[in-house]
Write a protein that binds this ligand. Structure first.
Ligand code: PLP
Length: 402
């Protein structure tokens, strides 16, 4: 006899929508000859010295649990990194937790600060995890839509207009996934005024900090008066090409860390010992490799933005991450139709913009973390596809200069 399973499930868990990114990813993986611009991960393998350090740690028998917040040596490296690179000072003994990816750090942050029905402002289009994680923690996600006219940057006025008595925090992500937009120091100074005026917290997802191409990256926590109200999230996945290692970290005032650490102790215990040894090596010795990956992404960004605009899809120039977010309105298709038909007709996988929030409708996300030859082929196919939908190129892509 089978149970009536619905009756047993939590309402919150049942109501979560599966990630729209996965849907296209799975469909593309089941087809032959597909070029995927769908996945949000580096096409580089983790630098060798990081892999070697992890292998060595296994050989040396580092197979036990570590301290709950992570190896002290790694936490020390993290605090020196945050201090020297972004100008924010933390104490490695009580202000850092090494987590299972930035994903877990975001989850911990929401669980630690939210009470039932507290509202969290989510700047959209946004990474798909934020709103579900707010809901799981009992809060209510409130979207704040951005648009290309302002380079997909959120303004202080937009934030202020969305604040209610229930607003507890705002999630900021710069560089942003999916738009690639970045908030400059001046943007953050304006936003900080509103946050301080309304006494809000910030969960600052800085996972793409290393992939900032034009301006220098500014951490929210480095802005005056923000350190005490910011939970800073970062990790190794993107900048160090370590997605599969599942290693991230958070840094925050010790009063927040104490509470997050309790949740972490019970749910996770600690991040894997041997992988933490790899992360120590990443922070000590691989900046030149991070820089060379960054330069390679920058070249690819320039090429893809130029090609998309020339073929007739309006695309703003993202300041960071490895995504472009062109408008597909000229085709008259919805973003879901565009992504589905492009996949079926030309075997190119992209992510429809609406999965990142309602304001993403009319756009697609393309990741340019693919080889130049794959990108060139994908762009030819996209051009052929949009021509079949009546969009004429402004200039031939072959004329694009790199
Ligand atoms: N935050 C953003 C904005 C992301 O794009 C991603 C991954 O795509 C994550 C967090 C999760 O990163 P991690 O692999 O460290 O869990």
């Amino acid at each position: 006899m089978s149970l009536e399973y619905n009756r047993y499930l939590s309402h919150t868990a049942k109501e979560l929508q599966p990630s729209g990114i996965r849907k296209f990813f799975d469909l593309a993986a089941s087809m032959e000859g597909v070029i995927s611009l769908g996945v949000g991960e580096p096409d580089f393998v983790t630098p060798w010295s990081i892999r070697e350090a992890a292998i060595l740690s296994i050989e040396q028998g580092f197979t036990s649990y570590t301290a709950n917040p992570g190896l002290l040596e790694l936490r020390q490296e993290i605090t020196s990194y945050l201090g020297s690179r972004f100008g924010v000072d933390y104490d490695p003994t009580n202000q850092i937790i090494v987590t299972i990816g930035a994903s877990q750090a975001i989850d911990l942050a929401f669980r630690a600060i939210l009470n039932q029905n507290d509202e969290v402002l989510i700047v959209e289009p946004a990474f798909v995890s934020y709103a579900p994680l707010v809901s799981i923690a009992g809060g209510t996600p409130i979207p704040v839509a951005t648009s290309p006219e302002n380079g997909f940057k959120v303004t202080a006025a937009q934030i202020e207009a969305a604040i209610t008595k229930k607003t507890k925090a705002i999630l900021l992500c710069s560089p942003n996934n999916p738009t690639g937009s970045t908030l400059s120091k001046d943007d953050l100074l304006d936003i900080a005024q509103v946050i301080k005026k309304h006494d809000l917290l910030v969960v600052s997802d800085e996972i793409y900090a290393e992939l900032t191409y034009d301006d220098t990256f500014t951490s929210v926590a480095s802005i005056e008066g923000m350190y005490e109200r910011t939970i800073l999230i970062n990790g190794f996945s993107k900048g160090f090409a370590m997605t599969g290692w599942r290693l991230g970290f958070l840094a925050a005032p010790k009063e927040f860390v104490e509470v997050m650490l309790k949740i972490f102790q019970y749910t996770t215990m600690c991040a894997p010992n041997m992988l933490q040894h790899g992360a120590i090596e990443a922070l000590r010795n691989t900046y030149h490799e991070v820089e060379s990956m960054r330069n390679s992404y920058r070249r690819r960004r320039n090429y893809v933005v130029q090609a998309l605009n020339q073929m007739g899809l309006d695309c703003h120039t993202p300041g960071g991450a490895f995504y472009v977010f062109p408008s597909i309105r000229a085709t008259g298709l919805t973003s879901e139709q565009f992504a589905e038909e492009l996949l079926m007709q030309e075997k190119v996988a992209v992510v429809p913009g609406h999965v990142f929030g309602d304001s993403g409708e009319g756009y697609i996300r393309c990741s340019y973390a693919s080889s130049m030859s794959q990108l060139q082929e994908a762009l030819k196919r996209i051009k052929r596809f949009i021509e079949s939908r009546g969009v004429s190129p402004k200039i031939e892509i072959e004329e694009c200069t790199l």
